[in-house]
Write a protein that binds this ligand. Structure first.
Ligand code: PLP
Length: 434
């Protein structure tokens, strides 16, 4: 049935319908795949219970937040606005943890206090953040979380490693004694220990973080009841990549937490905070071919009506995303996940329409264009960029070159296409200019 790949329900016909109905470029999301991911995560092995929080910075569309919450996930917010947004999408503040680099003061601090009184968990990410909220927490007997910087991390690139010596997230291990002494002095209970080592961490790094974090918790946090291992579960966006084995990681965490209970007598509740794993492969950027050209060096270029402003990950990280070529009349001409007519494939570089040499979907980590094999599209044919459900719409340098923010469409579980965010208009783009 012309399915784009073996993991989602989306077919070439869905793509064509969405493009005809809503125009390109657009994002298309697969509700069934999101539901499957949520179910797999909440079923992860655990010793004394597991809470799965969706790291909403991956994709904060209100409809997706509602779907994800309906499958039992809570939220990890990375800013006060994200917490407000989750709340506007129907989440109770009790279901949100705030882990942020922001330092709230003035109205924001007052708002943060209201949210905390309503049950939002505050994860102190620096000593000054802890001191900023400490008296209020003590007076109201609110227990706090602490994000620990473990001094070692892992990620798919240096810029996605949030745990090593080059990263500035969390309270560094060497400052933890100061944090716990302060909490003791004020009578604040630190009941939640959090480490997020990075995005797309290797399984070995994920496992060794479990060991390290349990050691840190045992040494410094005698009242901790919750241990959060953060996010970073790797998803395979390309056919040659391997996703995190969440069954195996769950079994590992379960054994370690059970062992901790045996030795120390405390039952720790486990939390994880996946963003990528929930949403990445459920999203497709649907674009149209607006031009083709060659350069003197022999590269074939395919120019799409959407590029770095809808998927900036290749430019940021040298990330690879799969391409699907679909003809104007809906034939799937090539997919990197299925066998396609080998003869017609050629090598091309896919670029967008921004005046920016880095507006390419084919950059490697050294920012060099690496041609990829695909069917030769004609102008007006469709190219779909897969793996764009996480950190694409939410991370977009939108409005660069005055391109408007693109719409988001959902293929619902019952198979219909539903617009969940409209295309921005030029007037909206300009409305705050004086
Ligand atoms: C970004 C982030 C996550 C999610 O990371 P993924 O790689 O998308 O799973 C989880 N926790 C925190 C604190 C984060 O900053």
């Amino acid at each position: 049935m012309n399915k784009l790949n073996n993991f989602s329900e989306i077919t070439a016909a869905h793509i064509l319908h969405a493009a005809a109905q809503f125009g390109t470029p657009l994002y298309l999301y697969d509700e069934r795949l999101i539901a499957q991911k949520c179910a797999a995560l909440t079923a992860m092995p655990n010793a004394f219970g597991i809470t799965v929080r969706y790291a909403m910075k991956a994709n904060s569309n209100r409809t997706l937040l509602k779907i994800i919450a309906s499958h039992g996930l809570l939220f990890d917010a990375s800013s006060l606005n994200e917490a407000r947004r989750a709340h506007l999408a129907g989440a109770s503040y009790k279901d949100i943890i705030l882990t942020t680099q922001e330092f709230p003061d003035g109205d924001d601090l007052a708002d943060l206090k209201r949210m905390m009184l309503a049950g939002m968990k505050y994860n102190a990410c620096s000593l000054s953040q802890l001191y900023n909220i400490g008296t209020f927490a003590a007076e109201n007997e609110i227990k706090l979380a602490v994000r620990v910087h473990p001094g070692t991390g892992s990620g798919e690139s240096a810029t996605r490693n949030t745990g090593d010596e080059y990263s500035c997230f969390g309270i560094h291990l060497s400052d933890i004694p100061a944090a716990t002494a302060y909490a003791d002095r004020l009578g604040i209970i630190l009941d939640h220990v959090h480490v997020h080592i990075g995005s797309g961490a290797s399984p070995e790094a994920w496992r060794s973080n479990i060991d390290l974090e349990l050691e840190i918790l045992e040494k410094h946090f005698p009242k901790a009841a919750v241990i959060s291992f953060g996010g970073g579960l790797k998803e395979a966006r390309m056919p040659d990549e391997k996703p995190a084995d969440i069954q195996m990681l769950g079994e590992y965490a379960k054994a370690k937490i059970a062992d901790f209970h045996k030795r120390i007598g405390r039952k720790l509740h486990m939390e994880i905070e996946p963003g990528t794993y929930v949403a990445a492969n459920a999203g497709y950027a649907v674009t149209r071919v607006i031009d083709k050209k060659k350069n003197g060096g022999g590269l074939n270029f395919i120019i799409l009506d959407g590029g770095m402003e809808i998927n900036t990950r290749p430019l940021l990280y040298g990330s690879r995303h799969p391409f699907y070529v679909i003809s104007k009349n809906g034939a799937l001409l090539s997919s990197e996940f299925t066998e396609t007519a080998g003869d017609n494939l050629y090598e091309a570089v896919i670029v967008g329409k921004c005046c920016e040499a880095g507006d390419s979907q084919c950059l490697d980590a050294d920012e060099v264009n690496i041609p990829r094999k695909m069917a030769q599209p004609e102008r007006g044919d469709i190219v779909v960029i897969g793996g764009t459900g996480a950190y694409c719409s939410s991370m977009s340098p939108m409005n660069y070159n005055s391109h408007t923010q693109v719409p988001e469409v959902l293929l619902t579980a019952d198979g219909s296409l539903r617009l969940i965010r409209k295309r921005q208009t030029l007037e909206q783009m300009l409305e705050n200019e004086m």
